[in-house]
Design a binder for this molecule. Structure first.
Ligand code: CU1
Ligand code: CU1
Length: 288
């Protein structure tokens, strides 16, 4: 039977505790850091060589859908009542509100060094030492809203601008694509600095600290953010029923994207799955 993913504001006190406890258990087992490592490994940009499966590419959505399922399965092996909640940042926009409460993800980083000092993931608690962030601190950092150079979270209208595009993705299938739902949602815009960060990307920037860059999985808000992104793919699919994942066929040899992106029926590494097989999730989970 399908399980449900809930809005984080709808979780009971017990559900919050069990979600946090399962995350801490997965971290203790060393599994959590494998997720961080894997995300770093697949954080391939346009400018690099090779296949882009996770970011700046059509498979951004199915890649993260499967990535979330893997984490969720790890959590459910600890406690099968647990599912990943989603954070609707079009509604819950305060650095003092959910999910930044002491019974869930804890709050903002402190002023001096951005270290998170409250909640279950505070360094002093001893349960959340970062091991996969290479050069930086081994404690979780946040800078909600970017105190020195403030930005706002994306709005409902920003999200709507992505959702109303009926085409899933469009050439050149990368971060410069100006058409297509995928890049409008992933959020690589034109211009310089903060104006160029839209939707998904802008939320990473708004949280700041560990949430910026390839090691962003180090902040557990990663999962709540990506569950909401995953929900947008479902909403888009419901709204544009005759449209599907693109490209349907791999780019040809002369195309600059040849062997750089995953087409609908191609294998999406590191898993033995295709984007098409992840198109729909109602038999596994539903959003409420
Ligand atoms: Cu990612
Ligand atoms: Cu992300």
């Amino acid at each position: 039977m399908a399980y449900t993913r809930k809005n984080v504001t709808a979780l009971t006190r017990t559900e919050k505790r069990r979600f946090v406890d399962a995350l801490l258990a997965v971290k203790r087992r060393g599994e959590y850091d494998e997720f961080v490592r894997m995300h770093i490994e697949y954080y391939t940009a346009d400018g690099e060589r090779g296949l882009r499966a996770a970011h700046m590419a059509p498979s951004f959505l199915p890649w993260h859908r499967r990535f979330l399922l893997d984490l969720e399965n790890a959590l459910r092996r600890v406690d099968d009542s647990v599912t990943v909640p989603y954070w609707d940042w079009t509604r819950d926009r305060s650095p003092d509100g959910p999910p930044w409460t002491d019974d869930l993800l804890g709050g903002n980083g402190r002023r001096s060094d951005r270290r998170v000092t409250t909640g279950p993931f505070a360094f002093a608690g001893g349960n959340w030492t970062l091991r996969e962030n290479v050069t930086d601190e081994n404690y979780l950092t946040r800078d909600l809203g970017r105190s020195r150079d403030p930005i706002d979270l994306p709005t409902r209208a920003d999200l709507e601008a992505a959702l109303k595009d009926p085409v899933y993705d469009a050439p050149p299938w990368d971060s410069t694509a100006t058409k297509g739902f995928r890049n409008k949602l992933e959020g690589w815009g034109s211009g310089r600095g903060s104006v160029s960060w839209r939707n998904h990307n802008r939320v990473h920037r708004w949280v700041g600290g560990a949430m910026v860059g390839g090691a962003s999985v180090n902040d557990p808000v990663f999962w709540l953010h990506h569950a909401f992104i995953d929900l947008q793919w479902s909403r888009w699919q419901e709204r544009h029923r005759t449209h599907r994942y693109l490209p349907a066929e791999p780019p040809g040899r002369k195309d600059p994207q040849y062997r750089r992106i995953v087409a609908r029926h191609e294998r999406m590494p590191p898993w033995n799955v295709t984007p098409d097989s992840l198109d729909g999730h109602d038999r596994i989970y539903r959003y409420v």
